[in-house]
Unconditional design. Sequence first.
Length: 131
Amino acid sequence: MNDSGKSGATVVLGASPKAGRYSNMAVQRLKDAGHSVIPVNPAYDAVEGLKSVETVCDAVEAAGPEGLDTLTLYLAPHHLEPLADDILQARPRRVIFNPGTESSMVQKALDKAGIPWMEACTLVLLSTGQY
């Protein structure tokens, strides 16, 4: 269990080390709130002092036996859709489609697999205590 009281890690798919990017702010605020955070971006070694992994499958391995609590998305649909199988295999407890990441193809696949998802903003959920 992490400091937030939740079991499992939060994976930020499309995390960026660039200050001012929403994915970077999400990593910072999730970390500050005590969540176990795993940034995923093959282009970077680290994001906000956390080791970045290359793939969703690597994130599952990094999460260990507690698995993934939340997969929060910061990739455009055309980058996200090729990763649908990896997302389904990861079996997160929920998926958050942040603004601009919405994909009906991925959402339908999640529905079929019984994985809950929502269209929401991780930053707003955190700031309003709804995360």
